[in-house]
Design a protein around this ligand. Structure first.
Ligand code: SAM
Length: 244
């Protein structure tokens, strides 16, 4: 049925494309893509050829109204080069405008580097805060890190190899030397997750910037310790008085 279909695609291993994703892509009247060459490869893998139209930050404003108009009578699919559209990738305004126009919006969930990294890191996952890419410039990055220093959640950050060490150092400075994990090339041949404190990880990658795609996962801050033993005891006594 016509509408907008948000289709998650593999982040490295083509085997992760879901049967439902393959079904929708094969049936799409048009697929909005970041890079036609990348998506052409995926379509080849599932043995289909569908019309594609580039949709990225530089042309989205011009292309969006036309795509939204087509959703009334056609199957319009949105994919990214890899992973889940809208997650550090274009798409949110397309969904917003599709809804405003009264079109059906359907999601075909699947791989997402942020979630995959959380499953590898061995850090708490009950509360997490996704930061996407931090600013590239040092000062803006420090500000962005300071803004989340008090957030009581695991942090998830997208980063590139050449900037990894500097980013880890900035995180150690801004957050304290917390436990962290550097996950790399998830679902690919050289998948790895390296754990340690932010400063040891920064040192490890300082003169050996790693290749490939990276997600940094940082442990939440330690819960505040009672200021002294007496304070701790007082807090305990106070808590006991509240018990039914
Ligand atoms: N929408 C995508 C998703 O759902 O994960 C993310 C797109 S964002 C432009 C690309 C970034 O995601 C990379 O720079 C890297 O930080 C992360 N990433 C993508 N694939 C990855 C992989 N296989 N392993 C580790 N990180 C990956």
């Amino acid at each position: 049925t016509p509408g907008l279909y948000i289709v998650a695609t593999p982040i490295g291993n083509l085997g992760d494309l879901s049967p439902r994703a393959a079904e929708i892509l094969s049936a799409a009247d048009v697929i909005a893509v970041e890079d036609t060459r990348v998506t052409a490869g995926l379509l080849r893998h599932i043995g289909t050829k569908r019309p594609m139209t580039p949709y990225h930050d530089h042309n989205a404003e011009q292309v969006r109204p036309g795509l939204v108009a087509r959703m009334g009578s056609e199957v319009v699919a949105l994919v990214s080069d890899a992973g889940t559209p809208l997650i550090s990738d274009p798409g949110f305004k397309l969904v917003r405008d599709a809804r405003a126009a009264g079109h059906q919006v359907v999601t075909i969930p699947g791989p997402c580097a942020a979630i995959a990294a959380l499953t590898l890191a061995g850090l708490p996952t009950d509360r997490f805060f996704f930061l996407g890419f931090l600013p590239a410039k040092e000062q803006a990055r420090a500000t962005a890190i300071a803004e989340v220093a008090a957030v009581r959640a695991t942090l998830v950050i997208y980063e590139s190899g050449p900037r990894l060490s500097a980013c880890l150092s900035a995180l150690a400075t801004g957050l304290g030397d917390r436990e962290a994990a550097v996950t790399r090339e998830i679902t690919k041949k050289f998948e790895e997750a390296v754990t340690g404190t932010l400063s040891t990880l920064a040192a490890r990658y300082d003169d050996a910037p790693p290749r490939g795609e990276i997600v940094i996962v940082v442990a939440p801050p330690e819960p505040p310790a009672p200021a002294s033993a007496e304070d701790g005891e007082a807090a305990l006594v106070e808590a006991l008085t509240r018990l039914p």
